[in-house]
Ligand binder design. Structure first.
Ligand code: GTP
Ligand code: MG
Ligand code: ZN
Length: 367
């Protein structure tokens, strides 16, 4: 496996020049655990590596830290010394979501992703509001969107066609395919988005068949899959770590654990992008500060009443605004806390002479 097959580009080669001068080698991260990382080197050799303290300290938020899909510079170790990640190369794209829970931080799902494939079905998992959120996050990432309506063996043709049409209407630029991972149907359509050097990140709720698809595309068992719980209709939460899988036919997949929570981690720009039609209506509201709720002459509410705007879509437009406002407040709070922490931390550090010398070296870019 060459670096190019792993997604290496001339831009990365340029960015890597100063690291090569240090004697470090490029590698792509394929797995992360709380204590270390795994990576592919040129030639496809798999190594375990740790992060150097300088990068750890320099990260202001978790999303600054290396993640699966990132390209890094490795100082190679030996029998007594571990391989160490010394630097991280700029990301071409990054697919993130808001971290689960109350944090306003972003969680990186995958770096340098070309295609994000959302797996769902035409039944229990089908949820257009959730799809809207996925599309907003994919737009923000810079990757291409693909949606799979999986488990087609369990649904009728009209059900599948109708679901595909509704999803396409939300995001016309997305490719929507009907698949059955169980029967190996629709694999060709998925493969059409893959090529040497291309990385596809596979996301979706638990039990929709992500790992089954990865196994089919890989050609043998790569990930364990679980039986569906007959009572709930959901698969057990089997995949626990995200992992980059290279395919023989070219391209790479990142299998992910099922996502229980896909929250907005986005900005106003992206929000407008996914609600352009609704946003265009706001210009016709009678009052410029219209809340689109009870105000008279609201063009959005009129559209709902006339039947030209889906009431559910109107609801999620209002919710997204509220969600983003809350996100902004939390982000600001966090920013202030981070600044305070930094000031305090630097004062403590500076009291110690050794640390001060190290700090100055760090600032000069020495290690
Ligand atoms: N009928 C049918 N069942 C499928 C299909 N694809 C997957 N399954 C079944 O759905 C269950 C869950 O599949 P997984 O591949 O483990 O699902 P997952 O998305 O990886 O789930 P997590 O790892 O928990 O996120 C398994 O029992 C699969 O056999 C399909 O196309 N049709
Ligand atoms: Mg899985
Ligand atoms: Zn209005």
């Amino acid at each position: 496996m060459t670096l190019k097959q792993l997604g290496w580009t001339p831009e990365l080669e340029n960015a890597f020049a100063p690291h090569r001068a240090q004697g470090w080698v490029p590698a792509r991260l394929i797995r992360e655990t709380p204590i270390n990382f795994s990576a592919f080197l040129k030639g496809g050799e798999e190594i375990d590596c740790i992060l150097c303290g300088r990068l750890w300290n320099a990260a202001v938020v978790d999303s600054d830290l290396p993640a699966v899909g990132d390209w890094v510079a490795i100082e190679e170790g030996d029998d007594d010394n571990p391989h160490v990640i010394r630097a991280q190369l700029p990301r071409r794209t990054v697919f993130s979501r808001k971290m689960p829970g109350n944090s306003s931080q972003a969680q990186v799902i995958g770096a340098n992703i070309d295609v994000v494939t959302v797996v769902t079905d035409a039944g229990p998992d089908y949820n257009l509001r959730r799809m809207e959120r996925y599309f907003a996050l994919i737009r923000l990432s810079g990757a291409k969107a693909v949606v799979l309506l999986n488990k087609s063996d369990l649904f009728t043709k009209p059900e599948l066609k109708n679901a595909a049409a509704e999803i396409s209407a939300l995001c016309p630029e997305a490719s929507v395919h009907i698949t059955s991972a169980l029967k190996g149907e629709g694999l060709k359509a998925i493969r059409s988005h893959l090529a040497p050097g291309i990385t596809m990140c596979i996301v979706g709720s638990s039990g929709v068949g992500k790992s089954t698809l990865v196994n089919q595309l890989y050609g043998e068992e790569w990930q364990w899959t679980s039986e569906v719980n007959e009572a709930t209709g959901k698969g057990r939460h089997t995949t626990t770590t995200r992992e980059l899988v290279p395919l023989d036919g070219g391209g790479m997949l990142i299998d992910n654990p099922g996502m229980r929570e896909i929250q907005m981690w986005t900005d106003e720009f992206t929000l407008r992008g996914s609600f352009e039609d609704v946003a265009a209506l706001t210009a016709e509201c009678k009052y410029s500060d219209c809340s689109h709720e009870k105000d008279a002459g609201c063009a959005i509410r009129n559209a709902v009443e006339k039947g030209t705007l889906d009431p559910a879509r109107y609801g999620s437009f209002l919710n997204l605004e509220t969600e983003i406002e809350a996100l902004r407040k939390r982000a600001k709070k966090r920013q202030m806390a981070t600044e305070r922490w930094h000031k305090r931390n630097h004062r403590v550090k500076a009291r110690n002479l050794d640390d001060r010398i190290q700090l100055e070296k760090d600032e000069r870019g020495e290690f």
